[in-house]
Structures are given as structure tokens and as C-alpha cells.
Design a protein around this ligand. Structure first.
Ligand SMILES: NC(=O)c1ccc[n+]([C@@H]2O[C@H](COP(=O)([O-])OP(=O)(O)OC[C@H]3O[C@@H](n4cnc5c(N)ncnc54)[C@H](OP(=O)(O)O)[C@@H]3O)[C@@H](O)[C@H]2O)c1
Length: 260
């Protein structure tokens, strides 16, 4: 139980990769705050799963793209943690909440651009701003980016740009947080089967193509991501900060060659 006595906040912890991370950090002993935006049923489900397995979790709603909602979220978090632990401080922040959206340079509307930047960039920025006075010295911040931050696709250009911004955020903040022994790292999944990309994966040939250019020969499952997240949340990563850890099975490492 590497995280016994620790408290973790997982944004977008109700579904997909965030849910899997929330469950894993709970198994490692942390009390989990599961943040979600709209689907309270999914959030309740993961809380029940964690509590039924002997862990401890609760859910709190907020659209991370709204500073007003984040203010209310952190007030409620303070109250909930004080009630449960007698102290409102916590140890681990996973900035996971994210959305797809925005298409190519020609098809992306202003509204889509603003929406994806609000959730994926403004969200982690202001969540972290509010979290910093509450995170204990020696704490952990994990920013969920994407393999597409370094290998952008024109088909989803605005999304890729949001993830490049997150990589920059991690590196830019690491130096400042070091004096408090808080580490901040980027976790970058490759294509992972979740609802976020269900439409893309439904396009005939997409899964086969991505599998064929991945060293480990398939696309990711949410459980493939959690080991890396658990490491970055654990005491064992204390000397690792400002880094980019890709959990993609080696996406892009296999190049189609004409002689095979
Ligand atoms: N799946 C992939 O292939 C992949 C690859 C690389 C990186 N990623 C990144 O991994 C992270 C998780 O993605 P996923 O595939 O697990 O997505 P997902 O299955 O669609 O789940 C998204 C989660 O984020 C929450 N959420 C969305 N917008 C939010 C907002 N504005 N405020 C608060 N919560 C919000 C959702 O809550 P509600 O249901 O309540 O809206 C849900 O819990 C994202 O940052 C994504 O960019 C995913």
C-alpha cells in the first residue's frame, strides 16, 4: 500500500483513463476525490466500486474549464477532506479531465476551439493554481497529455495543440515546485480504447493501422496506463520531475517497410 494515508484528486475520474487511475490509486491506499463534469451516474459507480473493494472515495462535480466552478469545487473539497481527515490538504493531483474536439485547420469552429482549450488547457492550469496551496510539500502532480503532443495529426489539430501546451506547462512549472519537493510530470497515453475516441476507432481500418505501427502490436486499454500513473504518484518517483512519460506500447516505433 504505497499510498496509504495519502489523498488524491483525479479530474475526469469517472470514466475512461481517469477512472482506471482512480481505482488503481485507491488500491494503492489513497483516499480518492473523483471529479466529473456531467455524468454523475458514472462518478457514483466508480465511488461505489472503490468503496466496495475496501478503499475510500467520494465524487465532486466541476467543469474544470470554469474557474467559477473550480472555486466551488475546491471549497467543497476542503470541507469534505476536513470532515474525513481533519485537514483539507492533499497529496496527489491528476489533471486527467480532457476532451477530444476540433478537427482540421479548415473544419474547426471558434466554439470547438474554445471548448477543447477550456477543458484541456485552462482546466489543468487553474485546477493546479487552486491546488497548489492545498498540496502538501513532497506532493505529486500528473498531467495527462497525449502521444499526439509530439506527433500531431492535422485531422485533430486543435486537440494536439492543447496537449503540446500541457507538456510545456509541466516543464515550466517543475523548476518552481522543486523547492517544495513537489514533482510534476506528464503522462502521455497513445491511442487507448475509451469513449473519447469511439468514433475514430469505428472508422474501418483505424485500429488495425494503429496496431500495425505500435511496437507491442495493439492499441491501448485503460489498464495499460495505470502502472505508469501509479509510479508517478508513488514515493518511488521522488527524483523524477518535469518529465514526459509515454505509455503507448511504442506507438509510431514500427514503420511500414516495402521489403516485408
Ligand atoms: N483515450 C485516448 O486514446 C487518449 C490518448 C491520449 C490521451 N488521452 C487523454 O486522457 C485523458 C482521459 O481521456 P479518456 O479517453 O479517458 O476520456 P473519456 O473516456 O471521454 O473520459 C473523460 C473524463 O473526463 C471528464 N471530463 C471531460 N470534460 C471535463 C471537464 N470540462 N471538467 C471535468 N471533467 C471533464 C468526463 O466526465 P463526464 O463524463 O462527467 O463529462 C470523464 O470522466 C484526456 O485528457 C485525454 O485527452 C486519451
Amino acid at each position: 500500500m504505497k499510498l496509504k494515508g495519502k489523498v488524491a484528486v483525479v479530474t475526469g475520474g469517472s470514466r475512461g483513463i481517469g477512472r482506471a487511475i482512480a481505482v488503481r490509486l485507491a488500491e494503492d491506499g489513497a483516499l480518492i476525490c473523483v471529479n466529473y463534469r456531467a455524468n454523475s451516474g458514472a462518478a457514483d459507480e466508480v465511488v461505489q466500486e472503490i468503496n466496495a473493494d475496501g478503499g475510500e472515495a467520494f465524487a465532486l462535480q466541476a467543469d474544470v474549464g470554469s474557474v467559477e466552478q473550480l472555486n466551488t469545487f475546491f471549497e467543497s473539497l476542503d470541507a469534505e477532506l476536513t470532515k474525513r481527515r481533519g485537514d483539507h490538504h492533499f497529496d496527489i493531483l491528476v489533471n486527467n479531465a480532457g476532451m477530444g474536439g476540433g478537427g482540421s485547420i479548415t473544419s474547426t469552429t471558434e466554439a470547438e476551439f474554445d471548448r477543447v482549450f477550456a477543458t484541456n488547457v485552462k482546466g489543468p492550469f487553474f485546477t493546479t493554481q487552486q491546488a497548489l496551496p492545498r498540496i502538501k510539500d513532497g506532493g505529486r502532480i500528473i498531467n495527462v497529455s497525449s502521444n499526439l503532443s509530439k506527433h500531431p495529426l492535422g485531422r485533430v489539430l486543435a486537440y494536439c495543440m492543447t496537449k503540446a501546451a500541457i507538456d510545456n506547462f509541466t516543464v515550466g512549472l517543475a523548476g518552481e515546485l522543486g523547492k517544495r519537493a513537489i514533482t510534476i510530470n506528464t503522462l502521455a497515453p497513445g491511442l487507448t480504447a475509451t469513449e473519447l475516441n469511439a468514433e475514430t476507432r469505428a472508422i474501418p481500418g483505424v485500429e488495425k493501422l494503429f496496431s500495425s505501427i505500435t511496437a507491442l502490436g495493439r492499441i491501448g486499454r485503460v489498464d495499460d496506463i495505470v502502472g505508469a500513473a501509479a509510479f508517478l504518484a508513488s514515493p518511488e518517483s521522488a527524483w523524477v520531475t518535469g518529465q514526459y512519460l509515454e505509455a503507448s506500447g511504442g506507438l509510431g516505433l514500427v514503420l511500414p517497410t516495402p521489403w516485408e
